[in-house]
Design a protein around this ligand. Sequence first.
Ligand SMILES: [Zn+2]
Length: 327
Amino acid sequence: MKQPIIDMHCDLLSYMEYVKGAQPFFPGIGCNFNALKAGNVKLQVMAIYTGTEKGSSETGLKESEIFKELQTTHKENVCLVKDIASLNAAMNSDRTGMVVSIENASGFCEEDEPIENAFKKLEKIISNVERVIYVSFTHHGENRFGGGNYTKAGLKDDGKKLLDYMSGKKIALDLSHTSDALAYGQLEHIAKHNLDIPLIASHSNFRAIFDHPRNLPDDLAKEIIKRKGIIGLNFLRAFLNNDEPNVFYDHVLHGIKIGGENTMCFGADYFFASEPDPKRVPYYHKDKEDASCYPALLKYLEGKVPAGFLEGMSHKNVIDFLKRTWS
Ligand SMILES: [Zn+2]
């Protein structure tokens, strides 16, 4: 039996927004609707991604409108997941459920406007998409909230305000694009003010297996495990290991070794590069090129991991997390 799949991160919305003539069946993006169906993907988290640049919050809003439109223009293929009931419905349907996340808080706040606008614009996005599953404060760079993966900057005052705002709203905090300093700053602020914010890494691997700033150091991974969050393993060659496709298995084993058996899931990170970086092409190993790969990938892991692990990794760990978070 094919396992149903939940995947915690793709960039279909920013592809639709940034690329002229984009359409969701385009085979050049790994999370195209045909590949999602072939892979038995029952829930795909779709990120609202923007750079930190002038007009970013308009772009964020536009992507929320694209998300909404897809539910009517492609209702044979996708359906909205906004709560446990619609999640259950998607898991049992032949369509792919979809829910929004925000990758870079610049998607709802410009660098130079009053911070109060951030909360209003985030509310507006939420009213369009009905549910935001997680927010990542940054992308690779730095913004008014804090520092991204390729920086040393930590948590800033506006970042503290954003955490205070998120507390109790059942929106998870995503550590996949934080600098280490930002992640520790967020943890410290959450602890100091006893904030109620679930913690995840939506699309990250382990630094102990491949040393890269996009991968999690063990102490942050263990913090997520301890708080019963989730960690979505990323398919990008640059973060797994450029040369060795089977290293995916080493990341899985490492996650199990540090106690993450019930924490790991998929965060494949399919995106479209309109100007591909020659140093990174091909972006994915052949066996993880698009979302149709999940069944074969699980088959490869069969017998190599503890009983029940594949059920957990493919969908159950996320469902359990969402039941804890959304109920
Ligand atoms: Zn990302």
